[in-house]
Design a binder for this molecule. Sequence first.
Ligand code: G3H
Length: 547
Amino acid sequence: MSDDSPQTLAQRMSSAFPAPQEVPAQFRPDSSAYERLFLLDGKVRTWEGATSEVLSPICLKQGGRCERTPIGNVPAMDETAVMAAVDGAVRAWDNGHGAWPTASVSSRIEAVEGFVARMIQSREEVVRLLMWEIGKNLEDSRKEFDRTVEYIRRTIDALKDLDRTNSRFAFDSGIVAQIRRSPLGVCLSMGPFNYPLNETYTTLIPALIMGNTVVVKPPKFGTLVHQPLLGAFGECFPPGVVNFIYGPGGRIIEPIMRSGKIDVLAFIGSSKVADLLKQQHPHPHRMRGVLSLDAKNPALVMPDADLDTAVRESLVGALTFNGQRCTALKIFFVHESIAEKFLARFCDAVTALPFGMPWRDGVRITPLPETNKITELNAYVDDAKAQGARVVNPGGGTSYQTLYFPAVVYPIAPTATLYDEEQFGPVIPVLPYREESEFLDFVTHSNFGQQVSLFGNDPVKIGRLVDKLANQVCRINLNSQCQRGPDSMPFTGRKDSAEATLSISDALRCFSIRTLVAAESNPANRDLIEKIVTGRHSSFLNTDFIL
Ligand code: G3H
């Protein structure tokens, strides 16, 4: 595309959108089976009230127009309906006495195993809906589904391990105790649009398997993807344990928070919204926050960096799923001595990125789901330009309908909004640096503290930087992009970036609290404990060993 003028690129972008008959049959969405469905008290029901139309970022050409495609309708619930869902979860929790929170670990595992067996039957449908609802390419949509299934399976294994350890008795200072993890109560789980399935389930499943009851509010973009799985939730878990609510967060979440009935807020989104939700709870200290929030992960490209590696990792780091990842690399500090070389190679790599519809083989740049996103991206670029920057890649920032060709913007002034705001999209701010202190200043003064990427090969320099950064962010990636995975590793952040740590095993801890039964270790107490255990009079106090 290097010889393309922006105009011909725009034309090519326009022809990337298909007419309805050009969509390959296997990728045509059909959500008619899930119209208006919701899950309440263990039953999938049809919503009779107002609905919201789901518009795909994929525009179809017909009758001389090219417009976002309606792909289904979901309930637009009112306060009464969302509170009915919360009350269902409160009843199933029953002050911790409900069938689910008191069920044995092995029976909860069995329920989740049943769910995952049902879930995999819906793979193709969910993948198709991911492509149409959020524009994620086929390969990444499949990855999101498979990674989620793998996460659930490994969660089951992690809980088995945890339970095996907790089946033992501890003896210390004359006290005998059994220490286990108990559920916390009713959890509100709100995932983000960029990983609507994965990042919802990475809180929903650990919350459930630990014995909590859950109300799920799917993201505005990424609602339909949950609909094929409602039946499996209804069949695999007792009534009220899993509930789904729908509608604009700004309207339906406030009454839920104000009711004080939420014990855990699992929210992946902006810190501004997280703060608001916490303040609405009448007893914020009673509600545990499991929050994955904003980030502006920077990359430092040092003079001795291997440019092949730096360009490759920067490209996937900045532009996987059009840069719509909280972990995306969102600003680049490149040493002034190599800035030109780096930019030339990086821009060539950006230019070569195939754009088009999500099912196209090898496609990397796809339609953006958020309304007004392109206007926002243009505003970032215009602001940077007004402060001396240029779009340095051919055709960068060209858009047509929901497609936006990535813009590499250079040199970014520290006063530009792109310097410190999270753009969450395909605009890549780059600035030259002379001293590493400029990068360290950025990290120190940033509101965010998730991850950084360092590209270079000097062990002394990198070792020192690691020491300075380790108390500023939670993951330092060496010659590698920033990312959440592998899911066994801790994923968290400082400042506005996160509260609590997620990973397969950490999540089990986030959604539970350590609880113990303890007694003075005398013969009478030991005898009592033994009788409880051997008589199987308690499901908490037991020495069962899950194989
Ligand atoms: O949006 C934030 C995600 O947690 C990023 O996950 O690094 O695996 O794409 P990822």
